[in-house]
Design a protein. Structure first.
Lengths: 420, 69
């Protein structure tokens, strides 16, 4: 895992190339948390800061805290450090190298909503992350209020309702909502579920204030963000940039190893963007939403020319079909049908009319699961059929794949992890 | 108030009774799972909708009442 601080060095200011910052080094690098920083006043500061969640949903953080704080019972806080998106590495980087930043944020957010405890979740297939977290917790006096937990390593386990269900002793599967966790979550109490990076930002906003946070980024998308760049680049890794930075600049920083064909924004849950369309796009929630794209959990995969985006997408959809929680019919059968047809298309053996059939299934499956898993898969499929329309037509015609290589730019896990 | 159809997709196991009883508002997808018309139900369909919800073997189909507006 490499990490390069570019443009902005805020979260990653204290990052050491080879080791975790202990508590003393952390305080030296980032300064102490002021005595008055936490408590209910922090919610207003976060609202003014304009911070949005960095786990993929981009929900305004201050508003979420306020919703949890206004519940009738005493809330609990949950830190989501599972990072189930295969192409994302930023939360693991934070928890392994700068865990005290996340722990500061967890304690501050908990105090802001009146929670007496925070549970910190990491994936059970990330033992190094769990070890780093344990070591950091041993250094904290507040450790009685901080509980580590491991979560099964499948894609939907880190979905908010699945996470809460797992911590409540159930399976790590999404539940039929409402009630949402902020209303009734862990132990039936209002539960604040926040992504690890989001809480690291909270730790810095509590130190330096809303205006400091807004000093970088754009008016609508203030602050910096962590992005995991992978694919056909010389320097893959986690980058910190100001929101609003042109996508093209980030890609240039990572040094593509070939001319770029397309970018996958948001990972498996995301959207393909053709390179020529990406040129003017800003890395920002608002600028991308108008183009029906999003950064998701901050993932940018660079696909070089000579690699077939349709074949890459077929692999990603196979993974997503396998990772269905298996609870909702349209997701179980729909994603399987889509993945199988995409595999045939990639092989050049798909029956006539397959592109139309795929579009039909996409419409049929969208918004029909208890969670957004099928929606993410459908979004990926639709953007692939759009951006790689020429490749798709060639595959449908049964000819050779127009690309020279079938690469593994996405870096999907080789072994599919099943079960809850 | 107005009523809308809602299905718990986790509970639904594609018996398909609802689409038989309320074809005006419920179609089945390629795998037999219901696709609901999510607009407020017209008053003349309310009784049929109640019957369809009551007939669901897994209690997955429900009527959701909302204040109009």
């Amino acid at each position: 895992m490499t990490a390069v601080g570019v443009e902005v060095t805020r979260l990653l200011a204290g990052l050491q190339p080879d080791r975790r910052l202990d508590l003393g080094e952390h305080v030296e690098a980032y300064g102490p948390v002021g005595r008055a920083a936490g408590g209910p006043g922090l919610i207003e500061v976060l609202e003014r800061s304009g911070l949005r969640g960095r786990g993929g949903g981009s929900f305004p953080t201050g508003r979420k805290l306020r919703a949890v704080a206004t519940g009738r019972r005493r809330p609990l806080a949950v830190v989501n450090g599972c990072e189930s998106e295969p192409a994302s590495a930023k939360d693991r980087l934070l928890l392994e190298r700068l865990p005290h930043l996340v722990l500061d944020g967890a304690l501050l957010a908990a105090s802001a909503v009146g929670a007496d405890e925070a549970v910190i979740c990491v994936s059970e297939d990330a033992p190094r992350t769990a070890d780093a977290l344990d070591a950091a917790l041993r250094e904290r006096r507040e450790r009685t209020r901080l509980t580590p937990a491991t979560v099964p390593a499948h894609y939907v386990a880190s979905e908010e309702s699945a996470l809460v269900h797992h911590l409540n002793g159930g399976a790590a599967l999404p539940t039929f909502v409402p009630p949402r966790p902020f209303e009734r979550g862990l132990r039936g109490r209002p539960t604040l579920v926040q992504n690890a990076e989001t809480l690291a930002h909270v730790a810095l906003i509590a130190r330096h204030g809303a205006e400091w946070f807004r000093a970088v980024g754009t008016r609508d998308d203030p602050g910096s963000t962590l992005l995991t760049v992978s694919g056909h680049v010389r320097w893959p890794g986690v980058y910190e940039v100001a929101l609003g930075t042109p996508l093209a600049e980030l890609v240039a920083l990572a040094r593509p190893t070939r001319p770029v064909r397309a970018l996958l924004l948001g990972g498996c849950f995301g959207t393909w963007v053709a390179h020529e369309d990406a040129a003017g796009m800003p890395l920002a929630h608002h600028g991308l939403r108008e183009r029906a794209a999003s950064l998701g959990a901050g993932v940018v995969v660079v696909l070089g020319q000579g690699t077939c985006g349709l074949c890459e997408t077929a692999a990603a959809l196979e993974y997503l079909a396998d990772e269905s929680a298996g609870q909702c019919g349209p997701c179980v059968f729909g994603l399987r049908a889509i993945a199988d047809r995409m595999a045939e298309l990639a092989d050049g053996t798909a029956p006539p009319g397959s592109l139309e059939q795929l579009a039909r299934w996409a419409a049929m499956v969208a918004r029909r699961g208890a969670c957004h898993h099928p929606d993410g898969a459908v979004r990926l499929l639709r953007s692939a059929l759009d951006v790689f329309a020429a490749e798709a037509a060639a595959h449908q015609a049964g000819g050779a794949c127009p690309s020279m290589l079938r690469g593994a730019a996405l870096g999907l896990p080789v072994h599919h992890r099943r079960g809850a | 108030v107005s009523a809308r159809l809602r299905v718990n997709p986790i509970a639904c196991t594609a018996h398909g009774l609802c689409a038989e009883l309320l074809p005006e508002s419920i179609a089945l997808d390629d795998w037999g799972y219901p696709i609901l018309d999510e607009r407020p139900l017209p008053p003349e369909l309310l009784d049929h909708a109640r019957r369809a919800a009551a007939a669901c073997p897994t209690f997955a189909l429900m009527l959701e009442w909302r204040d109009r507006g």
